[in-house]
Design a protein. Structure first.
Length: 338
């Protein structure tokens, strides 16, 4: 039992929630999933344990993702999930509650932002600072956001893809689309259903994306077996899927990502656009792991594309840097009061 609570940073992602504790680093990385008893409304599991229940629960148990498109879709489930995550990583305190920096997508409305603030306060925070994911990702990727040169960050998460040009510590132009990694998984499910007459789960689709998926065709065509249910007979089936099929299934979302990048560049002042042409674009988020996505974007827009070190951790690293530097926190985040 300690007297003072540790400050914490939260990357409240559609697919994954990560928590940073000041002085300890990243201490939690779990799926943003909650399992609830549909009759009693009791929370049965969160995170890893709840994800294992997806698609496997009886009628009275709901395993769900409480965030959609980077924002709260189920307030109660999000609150209960955060409470359990925060209690996992913070010690019980006598007098003080933690100060929390939480990241939100750039395109959220004020109502959605206040919903995030309210759920964090109700989960036990003393103070809540709201930080834009793009700014956190840029800081976490090691970009020089305070200088006069333009830098461009593209964060491809689970529920949103966000693009921003940053200069002099602020976002000059940005675009956001609520399509990202989770939507790619859904498109793969639909593709397999329509082309092979087999229904597979989103977890299997995600494995296909991560294992043999590619945004840009290469010399080697990989293959992978996946299990599902045959539509006409209703019986279990095992099918073989190849890289070109997964690439075709992913194309719609990847084209939307490209459109969002182009939209942002069109609104960028010429001087900053010239900086980006020279320095390139940095990719962060789980979508940066899609094979050859950097090469594909470069081939279309003729601008160098670089993948950040540990792209999945850029946002949470950025919140950690803000927590450890009060000047960065004041510039990059805004304090929300109860």
């Amino acid at each position: 039992m300690s007297i003072l609570a540790k400050d914490i940073g939260i990357d409240l992602g559609t697919s994954t929630t990560m928590v940073y504790v000041k002085g300890k680093g990243i201490v939690l990385r779990e799926p943003s999933v909650v399992a609830i008893n549909g009759i009693t409304n009791e929370v049965l599991a969160v995170g890893d344990m709840a994800k294992e229940m997806l698609g496997r629960t009886p009628e009275n148990i709901l395993a769900l993702k409480p965030l959609k498109g980077g924002v709260i879709a189920n307030f109660y489930a999000t609150k209960m999930m955060l409470e359990q995550f925060i209690s996992k990583v913070t010690e019980k305190t006598i007098f003080s509650k933690p100060r929390v920096v939480v990241c939100v997508p750039s395109g959220v409305t004020d109502v959605e932002e206040r919903a995030v603030e309210e759920v964090v306060y109700s989960s036990g925070a003393k103070e809540v600072y709201i930080m834009e994911e793009l700014m956190a990702a840029a800081i976490g990727a090691g970009l020089k956001v305070d200088g006069p040169e333009g830098t461009m960050i593209v964060d491809i998460g689970g529920g949103t893809t966000e693009v921003a040009v940053i200069s002099l510590g602020g976002i000059v132009s940005s675009s956001s689309v609520r399509l990202a990694g989770d939507d790619i998984d859904k498109d793969i499910v639909e593709y397999i259903k329509n082309r092979k007459n087999v229904i597979i789960g989103e977890a299997a689709a995600e494995e296909l994306k991560n294992t043999i998926g590619a945004a840009y065709s290469s010399m080697t065509e990989e293959k992978m077996q996946v299990k599902g249910r045959e539509l006409t007979t209703g019986l279990p089936a095992t099918i073989t899927v190849c890289t070109s099929e997964v690439q075709e299934a992913m194309q719609r979302i990847i084209e939307e990502i490209l459109r969002t990048i182009n939209e942002t560049l069109e609104r960028t002042p010429p001087e900053l656009a010239a900086d980006i042409m020279e320095k390139g674009i940095v990719l962060s988020g789980g979508g940066a792991f899609i094979k050859n996505i950097d090469r594909y974007i470069t081939s279309i827009i003729n601008i160098p594309v670089h993948i950040a070190d540990n792209p999945l951790d850029c946002v949470i690293r950025g919140t950690g840097i803000a927590l450890n530097n009060i000047e960065v926190l004041k510039k990059a985040a805004k304090k929300r009061r109860k």
